[in-house]
Design a protein around this ligand. Sequence first.
Ligand SMILES: [Cu+2]
Length: 445
Amino acid sequence: MAAFAVSRSALAGLPDPVTRATPETASPLIPDSGRPYTPVVTLNSWTLPWRMNNGVKEFHLVAEPVVREVAPGFKVNMWGYNGQSPGPTIEVVEGDRVRIFVTNRLPEHTTIHWHGQRLPNGMDGVGGLTQPQIPAGKTFVYEFEARRPGTFMYHPHADEMVQMAMGMMGFWVTHPKTRHPHISQVDRDFCFLLNAFDVEPGSRTPKINTMTDFNIWCWNSRIFPAIDSLNVRLNDRVRIRIGNLTMTNHPIHLHGHEFTVTGTDGGPTPPASRWPEVTTDVAVGQMRQIELIADEEGDWAIHCHKSHHTMNAMGHDVPTMIGVDHRGLIGKIQKVVPDYMLMGERGMADMGAMEMPLPDNTAPMMTGSGQYGPLEMGGMFTVFKVRRGQKPGDYADPGPFAHPPGTVAREWTGETPAAARSGTGAASALATARAIKPAGAKHEH
Ligand SMILES: [Cu+2]
């Protein structure tokens, strides 16, 4: 209870903290005061409203325990800000004077570090080094000028291993105040954080001492198919900002388009330094912003390319059974263990469709269905939906792509020509060499 003892009088004069109860993607927050800008859309999250006070933008963040719906039917006890993990995105404009009140409703002290910002050293948020810790129940205030435009994030620099493993983090975007030569104006601007948790199947609270062996790979504390799709209009210029607060790197891959990396947490990259990519690695503690013209209609996958990161929690001790012939064996086992089920004899794709009994509050390992069946995906995966008919400013999910006739891979029912094999080349040359080797010849090096 002590953690909730922030009295009304202690909060007098502060902006009321705004909280949010749902994990849906909020509409972009159109600025109603201060300099104008084109707002971002934070996947399965929202932007924190502010108030202007004598020319200063005032925000109020509340660090507190939250329950995050990571996927329908799978809720996790986390720590976050203003009702959610991650916390709300903070959007300001280059040159803004920013004042952020931070109320600590956690059971232990915290701080907030403003990753990537130019600011006075004492506003950098490193507990013990640049400021005293914010004790449980207290409110501190940070104030600085948002000096350079770019893509940033915020997170505690206090009991970091625990607090970040529990989901404390948020996005920060500083928009340019005028046209910037290295920052293009885009039609859609998305952002999300890469984060990871270790939640045992059937439990509700992350294990906080896990170093690398996480099992829930999230974008903004959500897993596929609960990560909203990125819905754009054909030929939109699109920017996607990604920050990594997990303990490993994530090669983020977009299908069907090339993009360029136009910025890092260090700021916009000079155009002469850019080259086309379809995958960009986002290392630990890094931010990348990518840009592209969405000029191919369709439902394009966007995902981490580490295949274990596009799955949800699974047993780690499952042996590889591909190619093992179990015929005859399974019936014998089922006489003793009636629920015995065989996994993976022909690969593990069947898992995507299988209705396995799962412990309560557990996400299926591979899931999500498209118009052609199960995707066999989880974790860090969603869909980039490009549509001719998507209205400007409309972020609603347009549903599955209607493929033009004759443009979907299909079963071949005609004559099947003999497959060419490479074995007539190198392998037979080797066989010939062996054949002509005199018996008893020694190895030469
Ligand atoms: Cu990954």
